[in-house]
Every structure is written in C-alpha cells, then in structure tokens.
Write a protein that binds this ligand. Structure first.
Ligand code: MG
Length: 372
C-alpha cells in the first residue's frame, strides 16, 4: 500500500509530462515565399497595392512542427529576398530545447540590427512549436481569457465615396468598429461617406499624414463629433513635441504606430502618446510584444494589437496576447483571398484564437518548405 502511494507521483509525472524526451533531437528551420492576394486595392496615405509578399517559416523538432510568418509591406523595408538571406544565417543546432525562447531569440536578434519581420517569423514558429511541446495555447500560458479581446477594427482605405460606401456595407453585421485611413485632403468626405451608411464607432489612422498640429486638433474635435473613438499616428513619427501637445489637448486617445517599433521605444513615448500599437512584424514577434504590452501597462499607457496584411498564421499569433488590450486591429487575414492557414476566426466582431496548442493554426493547403 505504502509502496503504491509512493509510486504514484512519479507515475503521474511521466504520464502527463510534455517535456521533450529526445534530447538529441535538432531543430530544423525551413521557409517558403508566398504572395498574398488582396481582395481590394489597398490605399493608405502615400501607397496603393494589390499584393503583399510574405515568407512562411516552419521549425521541425522531434516529430512536431511550428509555423511562423514574416509579412512584408513595402514601407517596412524588408523583402522576401532579405528575409531568406537572414534566415539562412540562423543556426539553431546549438540549442537543445525549443522552449528556451529568451535564449534563442536573443541569439536571433543579435544576428543583424533590423530584419524585424524575419525575426518575427522565427519567433512565431518557435512559440508555435513550444506551445505544441507544452500542449497549451499561448493565451492560457499568458493567463488570459481568449474571449476577453476588444472588437477588431475593419480597415477602410482611402478611396472614392462609392467604394467607401460599398466597403462599409460589406462590414455591416460582421464588425462592431471600423478603422478609416485618413491623413489626406479628403478626410471629412470619407467620414461623411461612411456616416451615410452606418453609425458604428470609428477609429482613424492618419499614418503621419497631418502636418500642422492646430489643424490636426481641429480635425480631431470634428472627428469626435462624428463618433470617432481613437486616433492613430496623427503626425510625422519624429515630431514628438507636436504630438505631445496634441495628445495633451485632444479629446480622443492618441496611439503611436510609426513612432513605436520595439520595447526600447516605449518608455520615451510616455506623456507623448496615450498608447502604443504593438505589431509582431515591427517588434520581432510574440516574446517582445508581450514585454511591450506589460511595460506600456506599467507606465499607465493604453495598448492595442495591430497587424500587417498577414495570413491567419501571424494573426493567430497576435490573437494569443490580445485579451485585455484597449483596441485590436487584426483584420489582416480577412483582407486576402488566399489565406493558407486555418486559425483564429472572426466571431461577433472579435478575432478569437482556437483552442489548439501553440498559436493555434493548421495549414489548409500544401506548402513547400525548404532551406533555399
Ligand atoms: Mg497604423
């Protein structure tokens, strides 16, 4: 009897442990370029485009595979070629345990100064793999309720009144908040076109497009009257003194996007912006995004989760750490026609993670991962 009782703890540890048993297993990183086809031509202040290049990554280890993604909109300054060149430099053979995320990502980050999307592709695949080894989705390991996420915004680009009204109608019944790209000469016309269709709350993103702080403030007061609830990057990213003045005077919260890239940017933005927009492709992935979220909160700042045009791979990764944030802008996978992953889904206007371990994704077509 005593012997049986004593035996139980070690038996139960063996039965439930998801730790890697094969200490000689090696991580194998591979990748494949992929072009996202946008459902609509996308125009923001300064750019128009129909496709977005990405590089998908896979890290295999001991019979498991984790997936990641680098999304490469032109303004990030990375390309499929530069991502692949970076990935070729990575040698994971010295690491014995994929769950040692801090150690591995410190090495990856040290390979080059920039390449943040390429680093995110490695970080996301590692998180997916580690979560599968541990047997849990990341929102659970973060201690979050996956349902407690803000409504995702659905983005409407700068366009003719007719197209703006058509896109707004498309969003009705699916989304509870819309995001409008402003920063051009037609801001009021765009807002009025949307208001002719719906009275849903709006967020606006000027993408640095407003150049004069007093005109920007007048516009923000007008936007508030029109049911706008927040403003993203109103003025050029380096004009922190003007933005701090604007934030002080503004009746709406002002979020940094272009002005914030990584963890080290956050502290100097306290008192300049009301909050920060965290994006995996800017900040090298989930490990640093989680730190940025917590630092912003500790500094008394608001925080939102944003995205690029991405497949459900990177969107699902972002959805894992989105609960409890102030805003979510995770419509990236909904804007493309050839999403190659099944993962987080739109439910009642929110992007909700699956219950699968890791980042919660499964490829929905054959992808040819290789090391060249
Ligand atoms: Mg933005």
């Amino acid at each position: 009897m005593a012997a049986a009782t004593l035996a139980l703890p070690s038996l139960s540890i063996n039965a439930t442990s998801k730790q890697p048993m094969n200490r000689t297993a090696k991580m194998k990183l591979s990748w494949t370029p992929y072009d996202l086809e946008l459902k609509h031509t996308f125009t923001i202040s300064g750019f128009s485009r129909n496709t977005t290049p990405v590089v998908l990554t896979r890290i295999e280890y001991d019979g498991l595979a984790g997936y990641g993604e680098a999304s490469l909109p032109p303004y990030l300054g990375e390309s499929q070629a530069s991502v692949i060149e970076f990935l070729k430099k990575i040698d994971l053979s010295g690491f014995t345990d994929p769950t040692h995320l801090e150690e591995i990502m410190t090495y990856v980050d040290g390979i080059a100064i920039h390449n943040t999307a390429a680093k995110a592709a490695v970080d996301i695949a590692l998180h997916d793999l580690a979560g599968k080894m541990i047997g849990a989705p990341w929102y659970r390991m973060y201690g979050l309720d996956k349902q407690d996420v803000p409504d995702t915004t659905f983005t409407i680009g700068i366009d003719s009144d007719e197209v703006v009204r058509e896109k707004t109608r498309e969003a009705l019944g699916r989304f509870n908040i819309l995001k409008v790209k402003v920063g051009g000469p037609d801001d009021k016309r765009m807002i009025e076109a949307i208001r002719s269709v719906t009275d849903l709350p709006l967020s606006v993103d000027a993408n640095q497009g407003w150049k004069d702080r007093r005109q920007a403030l007048d516009m923000i007061f007008w936007l508030k009257e029109k049911g706008v609830v927040m403003v993203e990057q109103p003025m050029p990213k380096m004009e922190l003194d003007h933005i701090a003045w604007l934030t002080g005077e503004s009746p709406l919260p002002i979020f940094a996007d272009e002005s914030v890239q990584r963890l080290t940017d956050v502290e100097r933005l306290k008192g300049v912006f009301s909050g920060i927009n965290v994006k995996l492709m800017k900040c090298t992935g989930m490990l640093e995004a989680w730190k940025m979220r917590n630092l912003a909160r500790a500094l008394g700042m608001k925080v939102m989760m944003g995205c690029m045009t991405e497949t459900s791979c990177a969107i699902s990764a972002a959805s894992q750490l989105c609960a409890g944030m102030d805003f979510a802008d995770l419509d990236g996978a909904l804007l493309i026609g050839n999403d190659c992953f099944d993962g987080a889904k739109l439910e009642n206007g929110k992007i909700i993670a699956t219950d699968l371990p890791g980042i919660g994704v499964i490829p929905n077509r054959e992808l040819h991962f290789a090391r060249d």
